[in-house]
Design a binder for this molecule. Sequence first.
Ligand code: BV8
Ligand code: ZN
Length: 245
Amino acid sequence: MSQLNELTTRLRNASAVTVLTGAGVSAASGIPTFRGAGGLWRNFSATELATPEAFARDPQTVWEWYAWRREQILGCDPNAAHRVLARWTQTRPGWRVVTQNVDDLHVRAGTRGLVRLHGSIFELRCWRSCRGERFVWRDERVPLPEMPPRCPDCGGLARPAVVWFGEMLDPRDLETAAALTPCDVFIAAGTSAVVYPAAGLLHEARAQGAFTAELNTEVTDATRDVDAAVQGPVEQTLAALDKLL
Ligand code: BV8
Ligand code: ZN
């Protein structure tokens, strides 16, 4: 039986399905992935810029990178992968999406009960956490009126309200995601599965008996660990799965 057929059969009989998404699901919308061709900006890699150390050293440059990404993302729309996943969460109770992406495309596609592990590129918070780390505000203006943007409360530096490398994820998000690993089917879609703790969710699901699958255009660190690896662009493979269900 082909990997796609086996995954289809498993999904048909599943009541709890968790899909972990990465940058690959937004590729077809025109947003470059981190490790793909478009992943560099002024020859910096994401792991060099998406850190509190980089921001402390040079907030202007880090904000220019985020401003460039925000402008790109605002010109992009959700693609078939986002739409299929959104419909699954709306029509199939127990089917959930956990995303590593900060581009808000799952939100714009209407995904119900979305778990965002790394925050949103359109949300900001105070660099000094003058009102606590959980005080976050939304600002979708492109370009931002002031660079770098300021905190409305203390007038100090604002930062993107995303989780940087070396920073803890919000324990509430991590708990919600972990509670979704005891499921019938766990799918890793469009992710290189190298960033933890997000990538660890696949192993947690497998350890609890889930049928695991990967939807990716290439072989990744996770491919050897999954029960079904369906190669191809996720915007096509998810649409094909949706038709077969
Ligand atoms: C933490 C938000 C612990 C920001 C992101 C050394 C020092 C410090 C930390 C570490 C270290 N070593 C390891 C760590 C832990 C680190 C980590 O995992 N590093 C990796 C690089 C090894 N993790 C962390 O730091 C995390 N925090 O561990 O804290 C801690 C403990 C105690 C005290 C303090 C802290 C925080 C990680 C979160 C980082 N933030 N994003 C922003 O976006 O600006 S991660 C960012 O990169 C994304 O959010 C995403 O999660 C990740 C990119 O991964 P992918 O989404 O998978 O994207 P990628 O480009 O890699 O792959 C795309 C895939 O799609 C590819 O496989 C490709 O083939 C496929 N694809 C492409 N097109 C398609 C497709 N597939 C299908 N169809 C297509 N069309
Ligand atoms: Zn402040």
